[in-house]
Design a protein around this ligand. Structure first.
Ligand SMILES: Cc1cc2nc3c(=O)[nH]c(=O)nc-3n(C[C@H](O)[C@H](O)[C@H](O)COP(=O)(O)OP(=O)(O)OC[C@H]3O[C@@H](n4cnc5c(N)ncnc54)[C@H](O)[C@@H]3O)c2cc1C
Length: 309
């Protein structure tokens, strides 16, 4: 029986793990990997105390820091948490954490599983992923230099991706589904004024075309109901992110966007014994430094809870 089980090994999970190790809590940390979301960034310039670092190096540094506390923190990588349930043991309520490999028990749980990209629901989109369809412009953008590309999604991420790709692709067509843009006005204006940029409104992508590699797509104009075809060399999907919270959805309160609601003073969730921090929560801002701070706040409160209960 562990004092604490930490779910996730991004900046939030690692920060909590380091603090738990230093406080000598008998801790379990389960993570699929140590690659937090910004690990795809080539240059992070706001990790406080480090003016510039690649996302990969930051992830390595975080993992190495945590591994200094391996005598106190039992680290399980390559494991995916499938379900957390509350059980009773010797008259006390504890938590059972079921992964794709093992089942563990802990007195308290801290969820720091961040968020993941929303998937495009269009015919053949899954089949052609990594074959002309990508969810990571930063990683794959340069492969499409001098090509015609399409971006699906009219939020900030869509327009920022457009701004990035316009620097080296032949053309960028952005498909936006709903009438009003979610992106900042200034970004929309700057990107829209580029001569190689084209905007398509009311476009719902229904099918990706191509045999082994995406060569185009079909979209439906949601106002007229008509279908149109676009030929393209690459498709970038930027339709938002969703908190990774499915495995605790029956146990803690989530908001309409599937984020775990927390008390911002302590990071406590609606369920006694469970805390959450970072991008999986309903916190207003999502950044590496914030995930770290929130997780430490949670850890301090967990420590107090365990020692005074
Ligand atoms: C492209 C991009 C660039 C960014 N650039 C910056 C930047 O420059 N500066 C900045 O401050 N922020 C940046 N961010 C935001 C920042 O990455 C996030 O705010 C931060 O990663 C949140 O940390 P986290 O610990 O909450 O979650 P995450 O980083 O999402 O980590 C979640 C962890 O949980 C694990 N996990 C998920 N589900 C499970 C499961 N079921 N079982 C086990 N493990 C699981 C994952 O493997 C991962 O290790 C960027 C985000 C993106 C997408």
């Amino acid at each position: 029986m562990y004092d604490l089980a930490i779910a996730g090994g991004g900046p939030g999970g690692v920060a909590a793990g380091v603090y738990a190790g230093r406080k000598k809590l008998n801790t379990l940390l389960i993570t699929e990997n140590f690659l937090g979301q910004s690990s795809v960034s080539s240059d992070i310039q706001n990790w406080i105390g480090t003016p510039s670092i690649s996302g990969q190096q930051l992830a390595k540094n975080l993992e190495n820091h945590l591994r200094n506390y391996e005598n106190q923190v039992d680290i399980k990588t390559g494991e995916k948490i499938e379900k957390i349930t509350e059980i009773e043991e010797n008259g006390k309520k504890v938590f059972e954490i079921k992964t794709n490999k093992e089942t563990y028990r802990a007195k308290t749980v801290l969820v720091t599983t961040g968020s993941h990209r929303k998937r495009l629901r269009a015919e053949r989109a899954d089949e052609l992923e990594h074959r002309g369809i990508t969810y990571c412009a930063t990683c794959d953008g340069p492969l499409f230099a001098n090509k015609d590309v399409v971006i699906i999604g009219g939020g900030n991420a869509g327009f920022e991706t457009a701004s990035q790709l316009l620097a080296y692709t032949k053309s960028v067509t952005l498909l936006h589904k709903n009438g009003k843009f979610k992106a900042d006005e200034v970004t929309v204006k700057t990107v829209s004024s580029h001569p190689n940029f084209k905007l398509v409104h009311n476009a719902e992508t229904t099918k990706i075309l191509g045999d082994n590699f995406a060569t185009g797509l079909i979209y439906k104009d949601i106002e007229t109901g008509e279908s149109h075809e676009i030929k393209t060399d690459g498709i970038f999907i930027e339709i938002g992110a969703e908190p990774t919270t499915g495995f605790v959805a029956d146990l803690v309160e989530l908001n309409d966007y599937k984020a775990i609601t927390v008390d911002s003073h302590t990071q406590r969730t609606s369920k006694e014994g469970i805390w959450a921090a970072g991008d999986c929560t309903d916190g207003l801002y999502h950044q590496n430094n914030i995930a770290v701070g929130d997780a430490i706040k949670a850890l301090e409160n967990i420590y107090l809870y365990l020692k005074t209960k």
